[in-house]
Design a protein around this ligand. Structure first.
Ligand SMILES: Nc1nc2c(c(=O)[nH]1)N[C@H]1C(S)=C(S)[C@@H](COP(=O)(O)O)O[C@H]1N2
Ligand SMILES: [Mo]
Length: 329
């Protein structure tokens, strides 16, 4: 997602990409995307762009690993194949670590413990909870979900985590709360992308209370039967699959219940292109490209995009009374 610039896959890049990386990307994305993958920035370049250091970081054990895999909730089935895990681990949007899709190495700098979630705003009692205590306090399950990025690519994956409604009930918001605001960590020392002045860090996203209480909204703590990978937004991210992917905010450190609609990072950066609602709709084009079809990650196919990304049955009712709003951008 670039503002008033070409999409990232169209950016020319004269930096040589190591052959083995190009080859593995070719295998991952198929012939249709191989060219784009070869053109895209390497992780090293993403770090260089923002002045990140290249020191390798040793993997740390994840104390929540024993919780997974979780029991799958069969209510959330798919009409398509699960995207291979390797694709999800190697093709990400996480601008905190660079604007290319290949930020996985850079994201390993993120430290996951201690990880404290602050719950505040309009709640009976503000509190701070460590991620491992949160995992003990709330029900966990696995769900298969689709994911549709506003950049016209889609995928499907098994998330593990907490139904957002369970979290909201547990947090005990006041009746005056109208929105939930989710905030990503802020640490430009670790996240070289946060040294970029182009965005108003930290990354913030929001939902209405009704959206947050809907059955589909999910707080992901894992994927593919394991704790979340750092590049996928560990240790806690949102998954709202009927909305464009930028709503699914990663590496959350604060959840606040508020009365005013929150100002969100992408809506602030590009108000003509990205809005608060961001519901998927094939008939409402992005100002710079069609949303009618989507590239299926991990294949060389495209498929028609579905209204609400195929989740209309679960969520269309949320918008019945909403008028005069741009629900699909
Ligand atoms: N904090 C944060 N959250 C984020 C983003 C980001 O750049 N920073 N990118 C968003 C976008 S545009 C998408 S498509 C998804 C990508 O998630 P994935 O890398 O796990 O596929 O994360 C979303 N959440
Ligand atoms: Mo996205």
């Amino acid at each position: 997602m670039h503002i008033l610039r070409k999409p990232s896959w169209a950016l020319p890049d004269s930096a040589a990409t190591p052959e083995e990386v190009v080859l593995s990307r070719r295998a991952l994305f198929g012939a249709g995307l191989a060219g784009a993958a070869a053109l895209a920035s390497s992780p090293a370049r993403a770090g260089w762009l923002f002045g990140g250091s290249e020191a390798p970081v040793a993997p740390e054990p994840d104390p929540s690993a024993g919780l997974y895999p979780l029991k799958r909730n069969p209510a959330y089935a798919l009409d398509r194949a699960v995207t291979p895990e390797a694709i999800n681990l190697g093709y990400n949007n996480f601008y905190e670590f660079g604007t290319s899709k290949y930020i996985a190495d850079e994201a390993q700098k993120l430290r996951l413990r201690p990880w404290t979630l602050k719950i505040g705003g309009l709640v009976e009692q503000p509190r701070e909870v460590g991620i491992d205590d949160l995992l003990k306090a709330l029900p966990l399950e696995e769900r298969l979900y689709r994911h549709r990025c506003v950049e016209a690519w889609g995928m499907a994956l098994p998330w593990s985590g907490i139904p957002l409604k369970s979290f909201v009930d547990w947090a005990r918001p006041l009746g005056s709360a109208k929105y939930v605001r989710f905030t990503t960590f802020l640490d430009p020392e670790v996240a070289s992308g946060q040294r970029s002045p182009l965005y108003d860090w930290p990354y913030v996203e929001g939902l209405t209370m009704a959206e947050a209480a809907s059955e589909l909204a999910f707080l992901a703590t894992g994927a593919y039967g394991k704790p979340l990978a750092k590049q996928m937004g560990a240790p806690l991210r949102l998954a709202v699959p009927w909305k464009y992917g930028f709503k699914s905010v990663k590496s959350i450190v604060a959840i606040d219940f508020v009365e005013q609609r929150p100002s969100t990072l992408w809506a602030a950066a590009g108000p003509r292109e990205y809005g608060f609602w961001a519901n998927v709709n094939p008939e409402v084009a992005h100002p710079r490209w069609s949303q009618a079809r989507e590239r299926v990650l991990g294949t060389d196919e495209t498929r028609p995009t579905l209204l609400y990304n195929g989740y209309g049955e679960q969520v269309a009712g949320l918008y019945a009374g909403v008028t005069g709003e741009k629900l699909f951008m």
